[in-house]
Design a protein around this ligand. Structure first.
Ligand code: ADP
Length: 253
């Protein structure tokens, strides 16, 4: 401070520098807090399914002979928890540097593609998703199938987590683009938060949920979705009305 004063900085300049410095500290602290929250959420979320898988596996080992009815329940739990862990580890992997991403475009028929995702969500979560094809017999696009699938899965997973009612995938063409749209009738996102949900680690108020129970998540899904979408040259747009539901649209040129 004294040195800066000796260098001839005016009082106003010094005050301004001090304020800028304070703002920077504030931003850094906020970013650290979000990262800490994320690490704690992610470790918790990995540990829970692992504990469930471990206890069901050990239950099967010890008790299967005298209680054969345990088999179905255990397999069900092990499967769904493994699916949950897979989702989370995929997210963690995707959070790594993306200079390695390879993009491979090929023709893709969106109807069977959407139906595959629907079958997965039915078997993994018991959630029925309706596919609605708008006005065409088929919609074929040129895209990277794996990455598009990851984007679609992120959107479907959110629709599943933040709603209890009908989930729909609509697909069709508009202007020169094709689109895939995931619609849910869930809790929605407040207008002032809509642009923030694409930020890494950002989650709308954690206490807010369909059953007053916190919903597990990392706050990474949509930011990864956006980055994947950018990488393959498709647009990801979110529209939402709080309390009414959310519509996420993937536009493919
Ligand atoms: P996560 O779901 O793991 O928290 P995301 O990045 O996918 O992370 O989403 C960020 C936040 O946006 C979520 O925490 C949630 O508050 C909100 N959100 C995303 N999708 C929906 C949706 N379909 N309905 C309501 N809220 C949503």
């Amino acid at each position: 401070f004294m040195r800066l004063k000796q260098e001839g900085k005016s009082r106003d300049e010094l005050v301004e520098m001090g304020e800028t410095f304070n703002d920077m500290i504030g931003l850094l602290a906020e970013s650290f807090m979000r990262q800490e929250q994320f690490v704690s959420n992610a470790s918790h979320e990995l540990k829970t399914p692992l504990t469930i898988i471990e206890s069901y596996a050990s239950l099967l080992k010890r008790r299967l002979r005298d209680r054969p009815e345990l088999l179905e329940e255990s397999i069900e739990a092990i499967h769904s928890e493994a699916v949950r862990m897979k989702g989370l580890t995929e997210q963690l992997l995707l959070a790594m540097p993306r200079s390695e991403w390879k993009i491979e475009r090929e023709p893709l028929d969106l109807l069977p593609f959407a139906e595959q995702a629907v079958a997965f969500f039915r078997s993994a979560y018991g959630r029925e998703i309706h596919v609605v094809l708008q006005g065409e017999d088929s919609v074929t696009v040129m895209t990277d199938q794996d990455k598009l699938k990851q984007v679609l899965f992120i959107l479907l997973d959110n629709a599943r987590k933040y709603s209890n009612d009908r989930i729909e995938i609509e697909l069709g063409r508009a202007d020169k683009d094709s689109y895939l749209r995931v619609k849910d009738l869930g809790i929605g996102i407040p207008a002032e938060e809509l642009s923030k949900v694409f930020e890494r680690f950002y989650r709308v108020d954690k206490s807010r949920s369909r059953d007053q129970e916190p919903i597990g998540g990392t706050g990474l899904g949509l930011s990864l979705g956006k980055e994947l979408a950018d990488a393959i040259g498709v647009k990801l747009v979110l529209e939402s009305i709080q309390g009414k539901g959310t519509t996420a649209t993937i536009r493919i040129p």
